[in-house]
Ligand binder design. Structure first.
Ligand SMILES: Nc1nc2c(c(=O)[nH]1)N[C@H]1C(S)=C(S)[C@@H](COP(=O)(O)OP(=O)(O)OC[C@H]3O[C@@H](n4cnc5c(=O)[nH]c(N)nc54)[C@H](O)[C@@H]3O)O[C@H]1N2
Ligand SMILES: Nc1nc2c(c(=O)[nH]1)N[C@H]1C(S)=C(S)[C@@H](COP(=O)(O)OP(=O)(O)OC[C@H]3O[C@@H](n4cnc5c(=O)[nH]c(N)nc54)[C@H](O)[C@@H]3O)O[C@H]1N2
Ligand SMILES: [Mo]
Length: 773
């Protein structure tokens, strides 16, 4: 079946992923930035030595090759940030906050860059200019007035550089709390938790080079064509040299279907494209764990057959004996899992599970990649541990061409965690901070995103500071999150662009405009570089290229230092001296964080340096010193008990995902080219048979409610039904429009990640087509 919306109003996309359509789209955003020529120069510096790290995704680049290392969506991210449009005092004088709240997320960000610090004035319902010093004093006054530092929440979004993140955590811990809710809580948290327990490090084990050696690359729950376009290149190269790319995704995402690379001019001219995947399996939402267990069960069956016949083993017994523990319990669990239950829960047929198991077995070296389709479920930690279990059976870990690859989202989300943005910091990290800076580090766990929202709703947390991001829209259960922010005494957003979080104010509220990756960061000793870490644990420098459009914007490290100095004085460091010269911050990082010795020297190496990965080196920093097979029980029923307790049966199970024209809550445009959607985002993708079964017609407007056992009505209005090639019983809608449907209490076991890919919904005829949520 091809990816074609049945409703004729939506023209399906017939071009290949990337290619001409991508270039047309880039050109559009380029011209729209109002400074196309400057931005072209900037674009050519994306991901180059001496240039800046792309503010798009966290995919790494080959340190060696000479390709131009940007993609369509990276170009959009650059043009979006490097606009000449300004959201300044004059802008805020034109609109009250209530008026701005009426605008769409798309409109808000489109207005341009935030250029000067602003403070909310409730009397006039407007933002008014404030000086930086007065803003810092106001924050300090609030923070010092709290009964306990634990009454403040310090959010981080994953664009913050290592330098900004390190200073931020140093300040917050010196102030006295580990309340670090961050975007990772909603993203790859399950990967960190699962891998930490299984293999002793919460990061991927592979490097870029491994993709050149793998015989099979499994891609689970990820849409690289839109979200990690630069990943398509190594996948395509892999297929060319005969490796298998095996996809598990309920949607036949265009980038995975076929692909042409914009920098291969000849192929583009002939409009050639070739199949990218060599197999495509379409599991039930949340069905991957059962599918993976099924693959492992086949391996076990074949292992026993091989033993009986005296044929070569299927398992890597030497690896298992030397490096792992827990095998027996896991094999017992495989025996105890019935084929019927695995087939029913996976949503795949037994033949499909067997096919994927054969492809897995045939490959000597396997990489498994995954993203949000795996991490945003109730049982994500268990699912990722099942990925590890499978890889351990054949020693597919810690050797060239094999390993684990959680493909990260934000460009420095992995680095922020390395720098200590962590609500559950490891003891060794805290010890190192305490030793180096001589203050009593807070030891109790802090709040993650869910806990922070609850604390604010209950009135226990009173100050919210956001280092980037859009907390109001990225989080689940939007009305409750908005209420949480609004019950604060002070909300502070350190941001590049206007978003709904600025309009969801506490009693007092500040907007602090910061430099982005593309901007030149001038400080006392000259322009500064920052550093980031990609999905492959490569650390590299990033230099802004464009003159900032306002002298009033400050860098993130400078803003953090300003807040810190106003709150703590010159304790535990001389904040101003660090801002004058960021290499001094890197010296502190080198002193406290393993792997960063000689940071300032090593980061000068073209392409950066490799932080190392213990699991990749077959060193297991787990409690037992081994890589663990984890025997997690399969969920009896994917439907959470809280949904069953609601007393209603869901019409559909909804996943929320990204369109091609968005970066998280940043909406670049209203099209989703590869899925054939134009000019709208308020849509519900559903199977045509389901649409008819539920008594509707494609194109009809519907309201959606979600099911939970707490009696709260969660509802969004006026979604257009789109007949789509999607498995029966499933639906999809865009994030963040569908976030009001995600119950705050619906989060992953051990990860606390909202279950954004599994929401039980009911579909109603729209009460009023005009009413848009
Ligand atoms: N251009 C662009 N780039 C981005 C982003 C962006 O918004 N725009 N966001 C960045 C961030 S922060 C992140 S985390 C990443 C996100 O990158 P992705 O994880 O690719 O993002 P999603 O759009 O959430 O897509 C999830 C994919 O998983 C599939 N899926 C959903 N549920 C299941 C399931 O149960 N099983 C399986 N097997 N598949 C499932 C969906 O069909 C979809 O293809 O991208 C990063 N890069
Ligand atoms: N329903 C649902 N919800 C989800 C998801 C989902 O798939 N479904 N995905 C989740 C995931 S994976 C993630 S990572 C989170 C994302 O959550 P966030 O990281 O909080 O959200 P973003 O949309 O990336 O933040 C956009 C804002 O960041 C600011 N910004 C941009 N660049 C910079 C910069 O360089 N510095 C600073 N200080 N600010 C900057 C701009 O003001 C912009 O408006 O959302 C999560 N929420
Ligand atoms: Mo993410």
């Amino acid at each position: 079946m091809s990816l074609q919306p049945v409703n004729p109003r939506y023209k399906p996309y017939r071009g290949a992923a990337a290619g001409w359509g991508a270039l047309r789209s880039v050109a559009h955003f380029w011209l729209d930035s109002k400074q196309p020529f400057k931005n072209l120069r900037a674009l050519l510096k994306t991901n180059q030595n001496g240039g800046f790290d792309c503010p798009g995704c966290a995919w790494g680049d080959s340190p060696e090759d000479g390709h131009i290392k940007f993609c369509e969506n990276g170009a959009k991210a650059v043009n979006w940030e490097a606009t000449k449009r300004r959201v300044d005092a004059a802008f805020f004088a034109r609109y009250s906050v209530s008026q701005l709240r009426e605008q769409s997320d798309y409109w808000l960000e489109y207005q341009g860059r935030l250029t000067e610090p602003m403070r909310y004035d409730s009397a006039s319902d407007r933002y008014l200019p404030i000086s930086w010093d007065a803003a810092f004093s106001l924050i300090a006054e609030h923070l010092k007035g709290l009964e306990s530092p634990n009454q403040a929440e310090f959010y981080t979004s994953g664009r913050a550089s290592n330098e900004a993140a390190f200073l931020y955590q140093l300040f917050v811990r010196a102030y006295g709390t580990n309340n670090f809710p961050d975007c990772s809580n909603m993203c790859h948290e399950a990967s960190g938790v699962a891998l930490g327990q299984s293999v002793g490090i919460g990061k991927g084990s592979v490097t870029f080079d491994d993709f050149e050696h793998a015989d099979a690359i499994f891609v689970l729950g990820q849409n690289p064509g839109t979200n990690h376009p630069r990943m398509l290149e190594p996948l395509r190269e892999a297929v060319k040299r005969g490796a298998q790319v095996v996809c598990f995704n309920p949607l036949k995402e265009r980038g995975l279907e076929r692909f042409q690379h914009p920098q291969h001019a000849l192929e583009m001219l002939t409009n050639g494209s070739e199949p990218l995947n060599t197999a495509f399996f379409r599991p039930a939402l949340g069905g991957d764990m059962a599918a993976l267990r099924g693959i492992a069960k086949f391996l076990l069956q074949w292992e026993r057959e091989a033993q009986a016949k005296g044929e070569p083993a299927v398992f890597d017994h030497a690896f298992i004996a030397e490096h792992t523990d827990g095998l027996d319990d896991y094999l017992a669990l495989l025996d105890a899992s019935s084929w019927d239950s695995l087939v029913a829960q996976s949503g795949l047929s037994l033949t499909e599970i067997e096919q994927s198991a054969r492809m897995y077995r045939r490959a000597e070296k396997v990489i498994i990649c995954w993203a949000m389709g795996i991490t945003q479920h109730h049982h994500s930690v268990a699912t990722i541990q099942e990925i590890v279990n499978l890889q351990l059976l054949r020693g597919n870990l810690g050797r060239p061409g094999a390993g684990l690859c959680p493909v990260r989202g934000h460009s420095n989300v992995q680095g922020d965690r390395t720098m200590g943005i962590n609500d559950r910091p490891p003891v060794a990290f805290l010890d190192a901070m305490e030793k180096r800076f001589s203050f009593a580090v807070p030891r109790a766990n802090g709040h993650n995103t869910i806990e922070a929202i609850n604390a604010m709703v209950r009135g226990e947390a009173k100050v919210f500071i956001g280092l980037g991001g859009n907390f109001a829209q990225a989080t689940p259960d939007s009305p409750r999150t908005h209420q949480a922010l609004q019950s604060c005494a002070l909300t502070v957003q350190i941001s590049t662009k206007l978003n709904r979080s600025h309009l969801t104010t506490g009693t007092d509220a500040l907007i602090l405009p910061c430099l982005g990756r593309t901007d030149i960061d001038h400080q006392a000793t000259g322009p500064q570089a920052v550093t980031v870490e990609d999905s492959f644990s490569m650390i590299h420098a990033s230099f802004g290229q464009l003159e900032p459009i306002s002298a009033q914007m400050r860098s993130e490290p400078a803003i953090v230092a300003g807040i810190a100095k106003a709150t703590l004085g010159n304790h535990p460091v001389d904040w101003d001296a660090l801002i004058a010269d960021y290499s001094k911050i890197r010296e502190l990082i080198a002193d406290t964080i393993p792997g960063f010795a000689d940071f300032n020297q090593r980061v000068q190496h073209p392409g950066g340096f490799y932080l190392g990965n213990s699991a990749g080196a077959r060193t297991w920093k787990t409690a037992t010193g081994k890589a663990g097979f984890k025997a997690n029980a399969l969920l009896g029923d994917l439907l959470p008990p809280q949904v069953r307790e609601s007393g209603q049966t869901p019409d559909l199970i909804l996943q929320t995902l990204r369109s091609h024209d968005q970066y998280n809550t940043t909406i670049y445009g209203l099209d989703d080219r590869y899925r054939g959607v134009r000019g709208q985002r308020q849509v519900l993708f559903a199977n045509e048979a389901d649409i008819i079964r539920l008594g509707f017609k494609p194109g009809q407007k519907v309201d959606l409610t979600s099911l939970w056992n707490d009696g709260v009505e969660r509802k969004v209005y006026g979604f257009t039904l789109l007949a789509f090639d999607i498995p029966a019983g499933q639906a999809a809608a865009y994030y963040p429009e569908a976030n009001p449907l995600v119950p705050l209490e619906s989060y992953g076991a051990r990860s606390f990640t909202p279950t954004s890919k599994f929401i039980a919904i009911r579909v109603h005829a729209a009460q009023d087509d005009q009413r848009i949520a």
